[in-house]
Design a protein around this ligand. Structure first.
Ligand code: GLN
Length: 447
């Protein structure tokens, strides 16, 4: 813990943490040391973990990197925090993120962007940018993020670490600040596939507080790795043919395709005819759900209340106007619009139908192939400040991550070297619902 705290201090300018629990972590570490001596320590003894600042931890502030939640303290812990602590993990602090996890660059945070450790002029990715940089820069051993449309996988790829989004329904969302409830999943950000497996093992499984969880208990272990035999892998041919994908990202994919073929796997290009609908469908649904989820921040129940408020109306209006940032407001307005009586059928209901088709088509592919292989993001980490001009550019960069989110299948982003500028590149592997073990096995041995 001392080493990590020193590292956090040394690289404080990267802005990876919204708060560091220094004293508390040292005390917790001492207790774990004693348990280790008495051989009563849990599976995560020795693991020092950062948690994204949208994960509730009793008695600690939680802000979702928004002004509207400043000063708000959790009155209970999320299930994931309880499971970490029950296995003797030490929680070292709250990691910076995009405001309410809305973004792919960590620039919408009220506390400012997180800088990429590989190149400080570049974004960390997002929305779990703080979690990714904290692991990348050695400020903690592992971190938790949340992934709604790629927020664990994409920052992991930008920072050269591993990011896992488990199957929707694997890990409890109890105590996670909701963005888009039919997509949100907690996921580990780690240096290795082994650590991702260990954290999944601790976190996954039914919980009375989340009725969307699978009631089938998960396997007792995800850490009994077995070298997989020859697999059938599909890759999206658009990832190579599309002009929107960076050349070095394409080259990286091609290198891995060849490597996998040499190792005896069958790797086949496929066309996914619904590719152009992935991003619009995701954003219509995610914004609709967000507009509803964020209605609770009314200046009364949680956090910030405008000092100018004089009555109920102005409490709502002024607290929300002053408390939410620009990107969050944009999404609340768009989400409210697509849910409004006159446009519901044209946008929200239609997007639900398209989501079903996307799910069907993806499942058909995964019935024929063991995995889908794609780059995690169409380009490596870009310069801080670029997205200011055009949010749609940012939305489109989610093209490869939202398929797993819309479908609910698990996906992992694994670091696969750096480009010519030394920026990390990640590849992503998707598999069938609850196929985490085969995903982890394959990622460990072949990526
Ligand atoms: N970039 C996506 C969005 O802005 C994903 C965010 C996330 O997964 N939390 O919605």
């Amino acid at each position: 813990v001392e080493d990590y705290l020193a590292q956090i201090e040394k690289y404080a300018h990267l802005n990876a943490f919204n708060e560091v629990f220094a004293d508390e972590a040292l005390i917790a570490a001492k207790k774990v040391d004693n348990k280790i001596k008495n051989s009563t320590a849990g599976k995560l003894a020795g693991m020092v973990i950062g948690i994204k600042d949208n994960i509730c931890y009793k008695g600690h502030e939680v802000t979702a990197s928004s002004k509207i939640l400043t000063g708000f303290k959790s009155i209970f812990s999320s299930t994931v925090v309880e499971r970490l602590l029950a296995e003797d993990a030490v929680i070292i602090g709250r990691c910076n993120c995009d405001e309410f996890a809305m973004g792919a660059t960590n620039e919408s945070s009220y506390f400012g962007p997180v800088k990429n450790f590989a190149d400080e002029t570049r974004v960390s990715g997002g929305s779990s940018g703080g979690s990714a940089v904290a692991v990348q820069a050695g400020m903690c051993h592992a971190a938790l993020g949340t992934d709604t449309g790629g927020s664990v996988r994409q920052p992991a790829a930008f920072c050269g670490v591993v990011g896992l989004k488990p199957t929707y329904g694997s890990i409890s969302r109890h105590g996670i600040i909701a963005y888009a409830s039919s997509f949100d999943q907690v996921g580990p950000v780690t240096k290795s596939v082994e650590d991702a497996a260990l954290l999944l093992e601790v976190l996954a499984g039914p919980d009375d507080y989340d009725s969307t969880l699978s009631q089938t208990p998960p396997p007792a272990s995800y850490t009994n790795f077995q070298k997989p035999g020859k697999k059938k892998i599909a890759y999206l041919q658009e990832a190579i043919s599309s002009p929107g994908v960076d050349t070095e990202v394409k080259d990286n994919l091609i290198t891995y395709i060849e490597k996998l073929r040499k190792e005896g796997h069958t790797v086949t290009p496929i066309a996914f005819e619904l590719l152009d609908y992935l991003v619009p469908t995701y954003y219509i649904l995610a914004m609709a759900e967000a507009s509803s989820n964020l209605a609770r921040y009314d200046g009364v129940h949680y956090g910030y209340r405008s000092p100018q408020a004089v009555d109920l109306q102005s409490t709502y209006k002024k607290s929300r106007s002053e408390g939410f940032g620009k990107e969050v407001k944009r999404r609340i307005m768009t989400g409210t619009f697509v849910l409004s009586a006159g446009y519901y059928d044209a946008y929200y209901a239609k997007a639900q139908k398209v989501r079903r088709l996307i799910r069907q088509k993806t499942n058909e592919i995964l019935a024929e192939y063991d995995f889908i292989l794609v780059p995690t993001a169409p380009e490596p980490a870009f310069n801080i400040g670029r997205e200011e001009k055009d949010p749609v550019v940012m939305y489109l960069s989610d093209i490869f991550t939202v398929q797993a989110s819309l479908t609910g299948v698990p996906a992992i982003s694994v670091p696969t070297g750096n480009n010519s500028k030394g920026l990390p590149l990640g590849l992503q592997l998707l598999t069938k619902h609850f196929g985490e073990q085969q995903l982890l096995d394959f990622a460990k041995y072949f990526l």
